[in-house]
Design a protein around this ligand. Structure first.
Ligand SMILES: [Zn+2]
Length: 125
């Protein structure tokens, strides 16, 4: 027979895993429905002899959805034609990372789902 404290731990793990699943579902819903009204851009890092360069990334400060830049640019975190007259604030990478929820969606991934929110849901999992 299992000890009570083992049983208690397993029970808590089940509660925790269910909470993680529920959180992920809520996060994905929020990130696919958000209008991304406030965006910041984490600055790129220039490469040198010992380290490679890293592209900039944009984060919605409301929902935490994050896209990597360069390559094709941005898919959902762009102000489109208005971008020329709207300044998206550049911040240091550490500050920008504090807004990230989930993970940074790579350039290759977000360009493929640019037109579909349903497809976006899939890559956010
Ligand atoms: Zn958003």
């Amino acid at each position: 027979m299992e000890m009570n404290y083992i049983r208690e731990m397993i029970k808590k793990e089940e509660v925790l895993n269910k909470a993680k699943e529920d959180y992920q579902t809520a996060r994905i819903k929020a990130q696919t429905l958000c209008d991304h009204p406030k965006i910041v851009e984490g600055e790129s890092v220039s490469g040198d002899a010992v380290s490679s360069s890293e592209p900039p990334f944009r984060v919605c400060t409301k929902c935490g959805y994050t896209e990597e830049g360069w390559g094709c640019g941005y898919s959902f975190l762009t102000k489109g034609y208005e971008e020329d007259r709207i300044t998206i604030p550049a911040v240091d990478r550490k500050t920008a990372y504090e807004f990230v929820r989930g993970r940074v969606i790579s350039n290759d991934e977000h360009i493929q789902v640019k037109l579909g929110r349903k497809e976006l849901e899939e890559i956010l999992k």
